[in-house]
Design a protein around this ligand. Structure first.
Ligand code: AMP
Length: 220
């Protein structure tokens, strides 16, 4: 009988709280976490041949070619397939072509079961959230309006990133929408949308319910 490995894909616009949710799942569930952004940055740091190819693209904010990203994801899924752990993918797929390739990956005896969680937050909410965000000029820590601090815990000054100006945010959201809409449609029968505008506790509760529905339980 073919065994299955479960893959959970996390979709969410910039400012939707995707990073917080990913961290929540990593802390409480027994999963393998892959962020393609981290994997690619690692290739650059290690100066691999892939790293040298993608270095400039990462710096520019453009998308790395599907072939490169698909190869990295496939390699990493293969590495952990034996453990039959749940895999959480963050930042992948970003295009429909990547989603099609992911569906076709077969790791030896294993068949993938893919489920998608999308954090759904309105444009105005995201604009409000990000434009109030401040970043530490020294260590890069991010603070939201709810944190109520004026100086970073490391003592660094809190500044507004150029990326977080309103016009830039709207632009990034447009780009995100354009790229993700085909993905949401592609996954329409495997996707659960969670409103991302609740308190962190409310969102976490919904995420738990969603994962439970996928047959994935918290670490004991
Ligand atoms: P992230 O940390 O997810 O924001 O990713 C950082 C950068 O890595 C992106 O701006 C892209 O250049 C690249 N990247 C990450 N994931 C992908 C992907 N699935 N497809 C193409 N490029 C990606």
């Amino acid at each position: 009988m073919t065994e299955s490995i479960k893959i959970v894909i996390l979709l969410g616009a910039p400012g939707s709280g995707k990073g917080t949710v990913a961290q929540y799942i990593r802390d409480r569930y027994n999963i393998c976490y892959f962020s393609t952004g981290n994997l690619l940055r690692n290739e650059v740091k290690e100066k691999t041949s892939i790293g040298r190819r993608v270095e400039n693209i990462l710096g520019s904010g453009g998308l790395v070619g599907d072939d490169v990203v698909n190869e990295i994801v496939e390699k990493n899924i293969e590495k952990v397939a034996e453990s039959r752990k749940v895999i959480l993918l963050d930042g992948y797929p970003r295009t429909k072509n990547q989603a099609v390739v992911l569906d076709a990956i077969r790791s030896g005896e294993f068949k993938e079961v893919i489920r998608v969680i999308e954090l759904d937050v309105g444009v105005e909410e995201v604009v409000a959230r990000i434009s109030q965000r401040r970043v530490c000029a020294k260590c890069g820590n991010t603070y939201g309006p709810m944190d109520g601090v004026k100086v970073c815990s490391c003592g660094g000054e809190l500044i507004k990133r150029k990326d977080d100006e309103e016009a830039t945010i709207r632009n990034r959201l447009n780009e995100y929408e354009k790229a993700t809409l085909p993905l949401s449609q592609y996954y329409s029968n495997r996707i659960v949308k969670i409103p991302g505008n609740g308190t962190p506790k409310e969102v976490a509760h919904k995420v738990d319910g969603c994962l439970h529905g996928f047959g994935i339980e918290k670490r004991r």
